[in-house]
Design a protein around this ligand. Structure first.
Ligand SMILES: [Zn+2]
Ligand SMILES: [Zn+2]
Length: 218
């Protein structure tokens, strides 16, 4: 598997490109809000000969979806996220004002809903969907239990892409659009911290961490 991280827009969202065995690619929060970021993303995809198959959003706060329109238009894919976050697509203008993020092209509607237990798969990549409400009602994490070889490195431990549910040393805020602190803490404890301690965590903002590192805060 290929794994490439980008840092997008003024909110510093971590977006990811995952490339499978025959070049099929999954994008997670490719929130390229600026022209230069869109070019960096598309240049990488072209250079590696990747075929974008899926456009996944961990949740639908505006900072995570600024690239959706570009990716949908360029690669012919539609965004996928949890149904309980779909209302946030109707609030893109409000989010733009609240976050102070310009919205030049709104995200298109979701093409598919992702729910707890779903699997997103292309050859060589298998992601399980884990739903943790609380930062947003439909927040989801993507868990890759057996990544195998990643960027040429063998036997890589499991990978987790939790969006803004979990950060290194902290977690997402719960005071926005349907947030719920109790649900967030409960979900983190019951669904994420139970994963293997060597799981590599790639949050939606900031540096990576591991499940073992984060357990000590709870
Ligand atoms: Zn968020
Ligand atoms: Zn965010």
């Amino acid at each position: 598997m290929l794994l490439q991280q980008f840092v997008f827009n003024s909110f510093g969202v971590n977006g990811f490109v995952l490339g499978g065995d025959s070049g099929e690619a999954i994008l997670i929060d490719p929130s390229a809000g600026r022209e230069a970021e869109r070019k960096a993303l598309s240049d990488y995809i072209e250079t590696k000969g990747l075929k974008v198959q899926r456009l996944l959003n961990t949740h639908l706060h505006l900072d995570h979806i600024l690239g959706n329109a570009f990716v949908a238009r360029t690669y012919g894919v539609q965004p996928e996220a949890h149904e309980e976050d779909a209302f946030l697509l109707d609030l893109q203008e409000e989010q733009s004002g609240m976050f102070g993020l310009p919205l030049d092209e709104p995200s298109p509607a979701l093409g598919n809903y992702l729910a707890e237990g779903d699997v997103v798969e292309v050859p060589g990549i298998r992601l399980q969907v884990i739903h943790v409400a609380g930062h947003s009602p439909g927040g989801i994490a993507f868990y890759c239990k057996n990544p195998g070889e990643v960027n040429g490195q063998k036997d890589v431990p499991p990978l987790l892409f939790p969006g803004d549910i979990l950060f290194a040393g902290s977690r997402g805020r719960s005071d926005l659009f349907g947030g719920d602190e109790d649900a967030l803490v409960k979900g983190i404890k019951e669904k994420l911290l139970v994963l293997p301690e060597d799981t590599l965590v790639f949050p939606g903002h900031g540096p990576m961490t591991t499940i073992g590192n984060e357990r000590r805060w709870y």
